[in-house]
Design a protein around this ligand. Structure first.
Ligand code: HMG
Length: 390
């Protein structure tokens, strides 16, 4: 029985800061961000968007079209948690009108959470093939102002419906896993911004690519020639090129040209270049981008996916693109979303950055910004209040 991604949708905030503006403000050459990191814009969530509204807005169009019937599991993957106890998934469950006979939990392992959710969803669907799981991967990436991580900030959410006989991507059972206790990037409970040992995190990411690929190749017996394209977790897009070069070299391909690398990974980079890091959603944002933008028909072709979460947990896995997948995509809506965003000035970005959710226990109503279908309206009696956007 095939199990995998039946529908997939992406949403990001309606505001962005051009990295040219940030480079100018920080006295850095824009080329460092544009060519060195491979980033052009960062998506900025206004005060009335959070991981719940981003995720619910990514899922709502899919559920409007497909209905909520048979969804008996909602897995919410995030590292920008809003509550130490209640799952962000329950807020999304309410907003999306999902059935009450549904398991709802939140998962965390840095940016790997989305992949943990997808693989657990596939296992649960295999156990009850008539059921569906809604996977929500949603994050807002924050680093300190002026830090090396700042130009890689961003936000976004991907919603995936996982089912038997999926219409987009059937997941293969083989995988290469790698877990290791390292401190490359973390966010203690008392901080809003991540702490990161940037260069070290990049080295651990790249060595994890090799570990997971080698385990995957051994288990599956497949070689790099068995894949049409590769998608990588994208903290910044240039890392995909370095990662793929490492993977090819570890697979014994020494004479690798930039053209070969571009052909394998280039198709999945454009959206992330415009949004920045969306942590748990990042790999799946890249997958959506590949589906939306790849001119070649990928039906029947195998894709390789590398997921990385700091701390660290890595997985290389794969899936086969299903016949007719293009009819299930939301290409036009995704492209319109990215094209129709409001540009911020540097000062507007810094004001939003500093406007944190109040922690003093008073009631607050947040001003209406441009949002998706849902907005975070405010706080009353320590309870977050969500509503449909006007
Ligand atoms: P940095 O020190 O600002 O940058 O930090 P750099 O000096 O390493 O330069 C970056 C690139 O720009 C280099 O390219 C430079 O040569 C180039 P490379 O040599 O690497 O190919 N460059 C230029 N290019 C053109 N024109 C110029 C120019 N100047 C320099 N004028 C760093 C970079 C990524 C470390 C920083 O942004 C950072 O700390 N980011 C956050 C951490 C991160 O993204 N780590 C990635 C791996 S860990 C991960 O993926 C997990 C994560 O998503 C979190 C999670 O799992 O939850 C982050």
């Amino acid at each position: 029985m095939k199990v995998g991604i039946d529908r997939i949708g992406f949403y990001t905030a309606r505001y962005y800061l051009p990295l040219e503006t940030l480079a100018h403000q920080r006295g850095v050459a824009y080329e460092k961000f544009r060519t060195g990191l491979g980033q052009e814009r960062m998506a900025v969530a206004p005060p009335d968007e959070d991981i719940v509204t981003l995720a619910a807005s990514a899922a709502e169009p899919l559920l409007r079209e497909d209905g909520v019937e048979n969804i008996d599991l909602l897995l919410f993957a995030t590292e920008s948690g809003i509550d130490q106890s209640k799952s962000a998934g329950l807020f999304a469950h309410g907003l999306l009108g999902l059935p009450p006979a549904c398991r709802v939990v939140e998962l965390k392992e840095a940016c790997y959470g989305g992949t943990a959710a997808l693989q657990l969803a596939a296992a649960m669907v295999a156990r009850r093939p008539g059921s569906k799981t809604l996977v929500l991967a949603s994050d807002i990436a924050r680093y300190e102002l002026g830090s090396p991580g700042e130009p890689t900030q961003g936000c976004g959410a991907v919603a995936m419906l996982v089912s038997a006989d999926p219409r987009i991507l059937a997941l293969d059972p083989e995988r290469g896993l790698h877990a290791e206790d390292v401190m490359d990037f973390w966010r203690p409970n008392y901080r809003d911004e991540a702490l990161v040992d940037g260069k070290y995190s990049t080295r651990v990411y790249l060595s994890t690519v090799v570990e997971t690929w080698q385990r995957y190749a051994k288990e599956s017996g497949r070689s790099v020639d068995d894949f049409a394209r590769f998608c990588y977790h994208l903290p910044f897009t240039n890392i995909a090129r370095k990662a793929h070069e490492r993977l090819l070299k570890s697979a014994g391909r020494d004479a690798v040209t930039p053209e070969q690398i571009e052909a394998a990974v280039g198709g999945g980079l454009a959206y992330n270049r415009q949004t920045g890091n969306s942590y748990c959603a990042s790999l799946y944002e890249s997958l959506v981008c590949l589906f939306d933008q790849c001119a070649e028909n990928l039906e029947g072709r195998r894709l390789g996916l590398f997921s990385y979460g700091s701390g660290c947990m890595g997985e290389f896995f794969s899936g086969v693109v299903q016949p007719g997948y293009r009819q299930q995509l939301r290409t036009e809506q995704h492209q319109r979303l990215l094209a129709d965003r409001t540009e911020l000035t540097y000062q507007e970005y810094e004001d939003i950055f500093n406007l944190k959710v109040p922690q003093d226990g008073w009631d607050y109503a947040f001003a209406q910004y441009r949002t998706g279908t849902f907005r975070f309206g405010g706080i009353a009696g320590h309870k977050r209040r969500y509503e449909r956007a006007a």
